[in-house]
Each structure stands twice: as structure tokens, then as C-alpha cells.
Design a protein around this ligand. Structure first.
Ligand code: GLC
Length: 723
């Protein structure tokens, strides 16, 4: 007999809690960890009971004889737990405390998407994975079970019916998407509980919006972070950094940030500077700022164990480190023997974030790049008994904190910015599902391989549907030597990824654009100019991601969920709802097939018109990328921008040359949190029969724009804002 109490259906051993119209939690015992920060919204739902069947909205819930949950929607099967305990593929061991199975409908083609940064294809069906943050520098491919991030969220599409699952567990766990057992999805965990969220919605957009709210919305980025960034392990001296900035300027290549990798430090000690190579970091950063370029410095998880190094001394003295058998735990990373701050305690976060503030202010540094925070360890994995202390509830051990270490480190670093009312510029390599509320990501050590370029779009799009909109990969590839053709195809393919950074490892061929030839510089510039003209559009998308959980870079199925042809396209993405990007990702190719979903599309560059719902063949020379605009899209744009400085950009253009339409456009100072006290503008632009109107929907921010234009395909028409 099933009981219903406070929106919870109680069977013999299982609870099904209907939290709101999109969210159900199913558990025998909740994963109780309060180190996972969720935002569970419960609202009143009308539930009707008809014997052992319960219904709400379009959904009906019942239980099988084996006490498994069955959900139908409008009488169609949506979701069925399966009671078959199967041999789980993970570590060849059957003894799992928890196994959760979902049965798939036989003969119905199934697609599975999600799990963050894995190097597999967009459709994960037929593969299995393990959530265990891993630093593995060998060339990633679809066989890799674990990468840097653990994001236990996936979406299933069975014959056009979608649902999402989030497993809120930090312990190591495995996901099998019908690889071992046909028609079965399995979650297996040795230590996690039988406890998961089922996310309902008729489209991926509805599911992702609810999921994003559950794990907390992604951080609002500084608008400047959308600028181009240049990095290398490492730029060894002040002179070299100045030269990079100067060459960018000389070649008229837009640039906003240069990254300082580990060699800027004194002996790889976090928050120190090698004074022989960087005698005056503040003067360097001040000079670069005059040219619109700012510095980001790396900050590693391991802190060098060295008596007399204040960060190390203080962390040990005040017991703010991870410990083993009562002593600071030591493992080896870049600095040699290193200790690891216990970021799980608020006192550590308070102390380290204060140190970061001093470092940033003293040296004029604008952003922090958190690295090696899986945490990586060169001297074997952390011992299971390595222990941290959590502010409110005592001890936490390695098998539980491992996947969360990156998140808590990023949270600490973000605090250094939040405390000064500056939006955090924190990049992190390791992450858990809820980390994007603190930091943006890049996807770690890829290689200069065509297969890695090919994978980059589905990886970034997957991160986006998992609530990590501000993501990117190392342009040109990190390890290995990049060729001219690979670099150019890479910058074209990733030109709209929110985090855009060319980065490479020491010892590899330099891959700044001028390391090749003049043609490379010209094409690279052409691509950067394309990005910079569309930064107002990209920023608007990032703002929407922050407030509503909508992804920026989207797999085709996000905007076209019922399009049979768009379910597993790895090399095309939507940039917001207006642009479709179809780059060349194959060596030597000069043309490709582009699938255009239903609707009318225009070539962004030539305005050639196409009817969608079909494939076309597109010729793309080395200096060309496929970019299509959905009819009726209005694109907010800038022109001639080399660096993102809102004080110097006074024109905004609404490009309405792709048909009549309308849009809302958001504006704020792009840097602080003042927008949360209503300091922002919301405009409404309409283009109809060559008549244009621009009105305010909200106007509490003193705009930097002095001129607004409508671009009709031939000329700019100046707009007056009507109230
Ligand atoms: C790690 C990072 C890489 C960095 C290197 C040196 O491999 O992923 O980006 O350059 O460490 O700090």
C-alpha cells in the first residue's frame, strides 16, 4: 500500500517526493552530505490518487510489484526503474551498495546526453563512464572513463520523450548507458545512497532549466572575459609578456588577457613571484592595462611544503590543511612536496581568499586560473584516510571530498573577488555538478590532434547543457605541435566558445598566430574580429545563462528537440537561438555537409538564403567558417573593437538584415554586482517593414552607448530611444 504525505509517496522502502512540477526525488535513503550545495525548490502540487496510481500535471506515477517506480506521461511510458540487479561493469566488481537501473524501451532508438567533459560523442548511448576527477595527460578519446570533472547529470531521449537524471553523490560512481546491458541504464556506487532526482520536461530546454536551478545558476561573468586570451606554459619573463602584448597590437589582433602559468612563481609557490624574471609585476600589469590587456595567474591546488613560506607556515600552524594520521598530508605536485589547503572549512577559505586579495591588488592581476585541483598528485593517489574538516559537520574523507575539491577551491578563490564587488574571473579545471556557480571552466590538457578539434564542439556543448555555459578548450591543443591548418580550423570552430584561450605546453611548437605566416595572422584576425563584433550577443547569452540557466553553445537537439536529424550531430552547434556554426574539423577538407534544421536560414557572410530541413554542401576555404542565421534574428553588435572596455565602446548596432524580427537586449556595467541592485537596462528592439523602434523595458543604468543603429543590410540607421 502506497501512502501519500506532504507530496511524498511512500512505498515499503522507497520515497518518491514530488518537489515541483519538474522535479521528483526518489530515494531509499538520502545522500546526506551537506558539502553538496543544492537549491531544492519545493512548491505545492496537486496530486490525485486513484488506488495505487498517482497523477499530477501530465504525469502518472505507479509502483511495480517489485517496488520500482513507473512514470507515464499522457499514458506513454516515460520512465521505468528496473529491479534487475545486473553485473556492473565498473572495476569488475558486483558488490555495489547502490545500483539504480532504468529500463529503456526495446526497439526504440535512445539517445543519452550529458556527464560534462567526457571526450565521447554528443550521444553517450553505448558507452560507460566513471565520475572520479582525473588528471590524465595522455590523448583523451571516447574510451576514457573519467576526465577532470564529475557532473552526474544526463538526459535521455527515447523516441522523442525526454527526461533528465541527476545523481547527487560525490563518491566515485559509474554510469553505464546500455553498454553492458542492452536496454538498461545503470548508475552504480559503492558508497552513495539510492537517491536521485528525476527531472521532467517535454523538451531538453525545460529539463536543463530545472536542473540548472537545482545545482545553482552559473556565475555571471565579467564582459571582458569574453575577450580573446593568450597563454603558454610559460611566458618566462616580463619581457616576453610585453612582447606578446606588443605583437598582438602590432598585428591588430584583438586581445584582452594574457595568462601567467607556473613559471611566474618563485619555485612554483602559489601567490609568489619570481623577482628575477618579473621584477615589477605591478608596473607590467599597469602598462598592459593601458593597452587594454590584463593578467591572469595560475594558482595550483598543492602548496609547496617549505618552512618559512608564509602560506605554507600559516596553513599548517592554523590546521587549515588536509591531514593523514593527524599530520599534514603531503603528496608531490609541480613544487615537489606539497600540502593541500582544507577548502572545506570556512576559516581556510577566509584566510586564503584574503591572501589572494593582497596578491591581486599588489600585482594588478585580474583573474585566477585554478589548476591541478582534481586534486592531481604525482606520488600515487591520495590515501583513502586523508581527511578534511567541514565547517559545520566534522570530518570528510578523500573518497567523499575528491570530486568536490575543485569546487571548494574555486569557491574560495571566487570569494576574493566577491568580497570586492568584482565578478570573479576564476577558471577551474576540476569541477563537480554545482561548481559553475563559482567559476568558469576549461577542459584541461587536450592535444594538437584533429580528433581533439573534432571533439571540442560536442564537449563544449555538453558542458553547456550541464550548466557550464562558460567553457572552452585550449585553442590549437595543449600537448603536441600544432600545424597552421589545425590552428586555423581550431580558432574557426571554437570562435564563439565563451572561454577563448590559445594555450600550449612548454617544449611544443609555439602556436601564437605569428608563429606561422602572414596568412595565419590574417585569418586569425578575421576570426577574432567576427567574435568581437558579436560580443554583445554572446554577453546577452551569458546573462541569460546566469538568470535562466539557458546554455550559450547548444547541441542541435536543444533548439530542435523533435528534429529526427539533429540528435547526434557532433560538428555543428547553435550559438544561442540565432546562429548555427558549422566549421571544418577535418584535415585537408575544403567543404562539408551542413544540416540546416527546419526554417529559413541565411549565410551570415553572404546573406544567401536557404530553406532548412535538409543538408547542404558548403565550400569553406581555409579562411572561412560556416555560419548561418535563423530568419528574423536580430543580432546586437559592436564594430572595430580591439579590447573590451565599455568606457570606450559607444555604439551598438542591431543587425536586422536577416528579416524582420524583435529582440530584448540587456546592458550593465559588465564588471560588478551592481546589476543585482537594479543597475541595468533592458531594451526592446523591433524591425518591421524597414521601420525600427527601440524602447526601454527597464532603465536604471547610465548607458555607455551614445549611438544606437539598426543595420538593414546596406546602411546603419540611427535610432532614437522612445520611452
Ligand atoms: C596542467 C594544466 C596546464 C598547465 C600545466 C602547467 O597540465 O592543465 O594547462 O599549463 O599544468 O601549469
Amino acid at each position: 500500500m502506497i501512502k501519500l504525505k506532504d507530496q511524498v509517496l511512500l512505498s515499503e522502502d522507497k520515497s518518491v517526493e514530488i518537489l515541483n512540477e519538474h522535479l521528483i526525488r526518489i530515494y531509499t535513503k538520502k545522500n546526506s552530505s551537506n558539502v553538496i550545495r543544492l537549491n531544492i525548490n519545493k512548491s505545492n502540487i496537486d496530486i490525485t490518487q486513484n488506488e495505487n496510481q498517482f497523477s499530477f500535471g501530465n504525469y502518472e506515477i505507479s509502483f511495480s510489484n517489485d517496488n520500482e517506480v513507473i512514470i507515464t506521461t499522457n499514458k506513454h511510458p516515460l520512465f521505468t526503474e528496473s529491479c534487475t540487479r545486473v553485473k556492473s561493469p565498473f572495476e569488475g566488481d558486483t558488490k555495489y551498495k547502490t545500483q539504480i537501473n532504468f529500463s529503456l524501451i526495446p526497439e526504440v532508438k535512445t539517445y543519452v546526453y550529458g556527464l560534462g567533459d567526457k571526450a565521447a560523442f554528443l550521444n553517450r548511448y553505448g558507452y560507460n563512464f566513471i565520475s572520479w576527477n582525473t588528471d590524465d595527460p595522455t590523448p583523451h578519446n571516447e574510451q576514457y572513463k573519467s576526465l577532470y570533472k564529475s557532473i552526474n547529470f544526463f538526459i535521455v531521449n527515447e523516441g522523442g520523450i525526454y527526461y533528465g537524471v541527476f545523481y547527487p553523490c560525490a563518491f566515485k560512481c559509474g554510469f553505464d548507458f546500455a553498454k553492458e546491458n542492452k536496454d538498461l541504464i545503470t548508475i552504480a556506487s559503492k558508497q552513495g545512497e539510492y537517491d536521485y532526482f528525476l527531472i521532467l520536461g517535454s523538451t531538453p530546454a525545460e529539463i536543463i532549466k530545472e536542473y540548472s536551478s537545482l545545482v545553482n545558476r552559473p556565475v555571471l561573468p565579467r564582459i571582458k572575459m569574453l575577450g580573446n586570451q593568450q597563454s603558454r606554459w610559460s611566458y618566462y619573463s616580463e619581457k616576453e609578456v610585453r612582447k606578446i602584448s606588443q605583437l598582438y597590437k602590432q598585428y591588430k589582433l584583438p586581445l584582452d588577457y594574457i595568462h601567467l602559468d607556473i613559471d611566474h612563481m618563485d619555485n612554483f609557490k602559489n601567490l609568489t613571484i619570481d623577482k628575477t624574471r618579473f621584477p615589477n609585476m605591478k608596473a607590467l600589469s599597469d602598462d598592459l592595462k593601458k593597452d587594454g590587456v590584463e593578467l591572469v595567474s595560475i594558482f595550483d591546488a598543492g602548496v609547496k611544503l617549505e618552512i618559512g613560506y608564509p602560506l605554507c607556515d600559516n596553513l599548517i600552524k592554523d590546521k587549515m590543511v588536509l591531514t593523514l594520521n593527524g599530520k599534514p598530508y603531503v603528496n608531490t605536485v609541480w613544487p615537489g612536496d606539497s600540502i593541500f589547503p582544507n577548502y572545506f572549512h570556512s576559516e581556510t577559505r577566509e584566510y586564503v581568499s584574503s591572501e589572494i586579495i593582497s596578491f591581486l591588488e599588489k600585482n594588478g592581476i585580474s583573474g585566477i586560473w585554478c589548476d591541478m585541483n582534481e586534486p592531481a598528485s604525482f606520488n600515487g593517489p591520495f590515501d583513502d584516510n586523508v581527511k578534511g574538516k567541514v565547517t559545520t559537520y566534522g570530518n570528510i574523507y578523500h573518497n567523499e571530498f575528491h570530486n568536490l575539491y575543485g569546487e571548494y577551491m574555486a569557491r574560495c578563490v571566487a570569494k576574493a573577488f566577491n568580497r570586492r564587488n568584482i565578478r570573479p574571473f576564476v577558471i577551474t579545471r576540476a569541477a563537480f555538478a554545482s561548481t559553475s556557480q563559482y567559476a568558469v571552466c576549461w577542459n584541461g590538457d587536450n592535444q594538437s590532434l584533429w580528433s581533439h578539434l573534432e571533439n571540442s564542439l560536442s564537449q563544449i556543448a555538453t558542458m553547456n547543457i550541464c550548466n557550464f555555459p562558460f567553457d572552452g578548450v585550449d585553442i590549437g591543443g595543449f600537448n603536441g605541435d600544432c600545424s597552421k591548418e589545425l590552428l586555423l580550423r581550431w580558432i574557426e570552430a571554437n570562435i564563439f566558445s565563451p572561454f577563448l584561450r590559445n594555450h600550449s605546453a612548454y617544449g611544443t611548437k609555439g602556436q601564437e598566430p605569428w608563429k606561422f605566416d602572414e596568412e595565419t595572422i590574417n585569418i586569425y584576425r578575421k576570426m577574432l574580429n567576427l567574435r568581437y563584433e558579436l560580443i554583445p550577443y554572446l554577453y546577452d547569452l551569458c546573462v541569460r545563462a546566469h538568470f535562466f540557466g539557458t546554455p550559450v553553445i547548444r547541441p542541435l537537439f536543444y533548439d530542435f528537440p523533435f528534429d529526427e536529424n539533429g540528435k547526434e550531430i557532433n560538428d555543428e552547434v547553435m550559438i544561442g537561438e540565432c546562429l548555427l556554426l558549422a566549421p571544418i574539423v577535418k584535415q585537408g577538407a575544403k567543404s562539408r555537409i551542413v544540416y540546416l534544421p527546419d526554417g529559413v536560414w541565411y549565410n551570415y557572410f553572404t546573406h544567401e538564403k536557404y530553406d532548412g530541413g535538409r543538408e547542404i554542401i558548403l565550400r569553406l576555404n581555409l579562411d572561412e567558417v560556416g555560419l548561418f542565421v535563423k530568419e528574423g534574428s536580430i543580432l546586437p553588435k559592436w564594430r572595430n573593437v580591439q579590447h573590451i572596455d565599455l568606457n570606450k565602446i559607444d555604439e551598438l548596432i542591431f543587425d536586422c538584415s536577416y528579416g524582420d524580427g524583435e529582440t530584448r537586449f540587456y546592458e550593465d556595467d559588465g564588471t560588478t554586482f551592481n546589476c543585482n541592485s537594479s543597475e541595468y537596462n533592458l531594451y526592446h528592439f523591433v524591425a518591421k517593414d524597414k521601420q525600427y523602434t527601440l524602447t526601454y523595458k527597464f532603465n536604471y543604468y547610465k548607458s555607455n552607448y551614445k549611438h544606437f543603429y539598426a543595420f538593414d543590410g546596406e546602411r546603419n540607421v540611427e535610432l532614437l530611444i522612445t520611452k
